[in-house]
Design a binder for this molecule. Structure first.
Ligand SMILES: C[C@@H](O)[C@H](N)C(=O)O
Ligand SMILES: C[C@@H](O)[C@H](N)C(=O)O
Lengths: 157, 157
């Protein structure tokens, strides 16, 4: 399965913002991201997992230079929609493995996550598409993660 | 911004599985997805948002035909790692908008989420990459969502 991953990448210029306990009903995500869009803020990853007890958390990443602006916008919307609180965290990075048809190669995800675990790196967010698996981790772990993922997926194949 | 989205898609053959309250420490995601990989189960979306109080939920989707097999595997791992419980849900579908460089078109995500909200559709999971924004919603809402997203993004541009 090593052959299906064509590259590994890191983005060390991102910050994450989490809106905790967004009411889990239609229109909430729309309000948040329309407000960001109107302000011209480029959003990279958006992650939302299933809600619990009628609330869901929504996280997204932006360029670290836009973190304060994005946070201010989202705090306004959070008040309007009755979300609990907003936390901005610049101390992250995003590591990704990129390849074709990864969905058809079971084990690629497990291999990536195990590789990070072997470095003692905690995975904070996961987002995927057919061609990319991305993990948000602590910024300090980024270079180590990149090195080990490269060894695991690129050098071994 | 309508021009940046080249297609909209639906996948009505997926089920979602959520492992609730996974201990938020290195190695947990690795164990779960290695077990699925060893069983040859193809995983599509994987979503994990930031943890709270040392626990995080992990959700993923599989072909509906593999749901039971995947659920059984994950329940075993969940026991081993001390996760709280596993819930499998076949009553979903995944709708996506696909385009180039969507990150550089602020507002695309907000437009998609607002479009779904206007149909009264609740967004249950969100996962993104540069070329794709996917939402997991109730299966019954799928065709309506596809129609409206197509009107919004394809017919209007
Ligand atoms: C939480 C948020 O995604 C909500 N379910 C919505 O549809 O907007
Ligand atoms: C929750 C899970 O992702 C855990 N943080 C891990 O690194 O495996």
């Amino acid at each position: 399965e090593g052959a299906v991953v064509s590259s590994v990448a890191i983005d060390e210029n991102q910050a994450k913002i989490t809106i905790f306990n967004v009411p889990d009903k239609p229109g909430m995500a729309g309000k948040i991201f329309s407000a960001l869009g109107e302000a011209g803020i480029n959003v990279d990853v958006i992650v939302q997992n299933v809600g619990k007890e009628n609330f869901a958390d929504i996280s997204f990443t932006v360029n670290i230079n836009e973190m304060e602006k994005a946070k201010n916008i989202v705090e306004k919307v959070a008040k309007e929609i009755g979300a609990e609180r907003v936390v901005a965290d610049p101390d992250i990075c995003k590591v990704s493995i990129i390849g074709i048809g990864m969905m058809n190669h079971p084990g690629v995800a497990g291999k990536m996550f195990t590789c990070l675990a072997k470095c003692g790196i905690n995975i904070e967010m996961i987002s995927t598409s057919e061609i990319k698996i991305s993990c948000v981790i602590r910024k300090k772990d980024g270079q180590k993660a990149l090195l080990e993922l490269h060894k695991e997926f690129i050098e071994k194949s």
